[in-house]
Ligand binder design. Sequence first.
Ligand SMILES: Cc1cc2nc3c(=O)[nH]c(=O)nc-3n(C[C@H](O)[C@H](O)[C@H](O)COP(=O)(O)OP(=O)(O)OC[C@H]3O[C@@H](n4cnc5c(N)ncnc54)[C@H](O)[C@@H]3O)c2cc1C
Length: 600
Amino acid sequence: MSTYRAPLAEMHFVLNELAGLSQVATLPGFEDATPDTVAAILEEASKFASDVLDPLNRTGDTEGSRLLENGNVKTPAGFKDAYRAYCENGWNGLTKNPDHGGQGLPQLVATAVEEMWHSSNMAFDLCPLLTQGAIEAIELVGTPEQKSRFLPKMVSGEWTGTMNLTEPQAGSDLAAVRTRAVKQPDGTYRLKGNKIFITYGEHDYTDNIIHLVLARTPDAPEGVKGISLFIVPKFLIDEQGRIGKRNDVRCVSIEHKLGIHASPTCVMAYGDKEGAVGYLIGEENRGLEYMFIMMNLARFSVGMEGVGIAERAYQRAVAYARDRVQGKAVGLDKAIASNAIIEHPDIRRMLMTMRAYTEALRAVAYVTAAAMDNARRHPDASARKRHQAFVDLMIPIVKAHSTEVGQQVASLGVQVHGGMGYIEETGAAQHLRDARITTIYEGTTGIQANDLIGRKTARDGGATARAVVAEIAEVATKLRRHSNTALHPIGASLEEACTALLQAVDFVVANYASRAREVHASAVSYLHLWGMTAGGWQLGRAALIAADAQVSGAGDNDFLASKIATARFYALSLLPQAASYARAVVQGSEPALELAAEQF
Ligand SMILES: Cc1cc2nc3c(=O)[nH]c(=O)nc-3n(C[C@H](O)[C@H](O)[C@H](O)COP(=O)(O)OP(=O)(O)OC[C@H]3O[C@@H](n4cnc5c(N)ncnc54)[C@H](O)[C@@H]3O)c2cc1C
């Protein structure tokens, strides 16, 4: 059996050496993020993940959440207590505003912590993840009264939050939302409509649930410009902040699904009787605009689910490969009758692939998290703007590439286990099943790719994209010229990836308007080209830092050597895919559209 252990040495390396934690800690308000404090936080989080969440992952999967006859939802045994302990330990408000009871820590630190929750129990963490989104929206545009009424209890975790966007006819296209909200003489609204797929829409963790709901007012314009955002508490709250009457909202069923069985995915009915009481957030008709601002964080968090699952699947595969004895490994001691499968070269290939992808995804995500902190807090406005442009470019990449690759890694984890991987007892299959949703919710991979080619590349004529490629090319040059010749092939491969990426950027910018269908047909290839190259960039930086540290004698030599070996594997075995992705973008999109719809 494998027990989750947070990869603390690796996390510290990425936080400090690649993402620049010491610089982030100089930003106004982040002075408390000292190396000692961060180390203590990660240590405590790793214990909670290993001791409390990891043991519940499998039982949560087999037991699942259940809808009771009285309309309540019962979560699996142990989850409610784990949630209470999670909140008592202050994990819910790590990045939140201290004015509302949060700890005001950088997103970068919270990202490492969040990775541990996803690795150890993704279904558990979905509840806090959605609550963070709801808090973000109220913080962003709520009135002072809404903030003081809802935020302290949501930040402490006493109440949880949900995001109610999806309806049967409105999934990727939220402009099709039909839930109605009618203004009342007292300034509140009454909502009527149905929402589907609402994560933790009902549960037994807390006394109240604060739903954030997208709906239309009666005379709102059609489409995206006519959607407003409302707070709809499960129980109304009186002037003194006490829980009052039950609101007209209920969970009518929960879905039976492939994975994340512990997380209840609810069908919600609003306004079966007199209408659910809702409070407008911000201005009418601007709901989708607000939602998109806060979606950055939610999409990033789902990307971190990809990283977390990849790490967990990797750890489980390594443990099994050390243990399982099968056959004689080629080229090793002939006197040994049979070896552990970790000695077979093909198992090494799979484990290195899992490891290299996971480290690449993690590094790209943490670097993006540091840019999020700088985009919010850097004292210089032009630096804030530059960091925000980088974040905007990277969010669809972190969301979609990390989750798609996370699934590949989880699938390799099954393969390393052989037949035992397909059988549920080992836990490898659960990671694959759990990971499968991550490329769908918070905007599918296709939707992320559309965002990347349109708003993030074509809109500024490719300026941000080209600036980032130039930074990557500088790293490639350093690698090629380094005194340690083991780094040269990494530089050469990264250089080729940069050339391929630039061709693709030029193609997207030049053809986005005139050949829109073709550019969209290859958008996902463009997204993976970015993801692969960004991974090579960060692993290349890691190799440079490790090689310099080896020369100066700083650090653990085994660890440093493993950083170089992993970067070499990624550069030589995985990064060459960049060239094929670029070819698919530049040459390969037309055939995708050649058949008429009736020919399928
Ligand atoms: C377990 C689970 C939990 C969820 N949690 C929540 C939640 O808490 N709150 C919430 O509001 N929703 C939630 N959702 C809903 C989720 O966000 C949607 O399922 C998702 O956005 C996709 O919408 P859809 O299912 O309607 O698929 P569709 O939009 O019908 O998409 C079907 C296919 O068409 C593609 N497609 C659609 N439009 C385009 C386009 N313009 N360009 C290219 N391809 C396109 C998609 O990529 C996809 O492959 C959850 C869903 C699940 C399954």
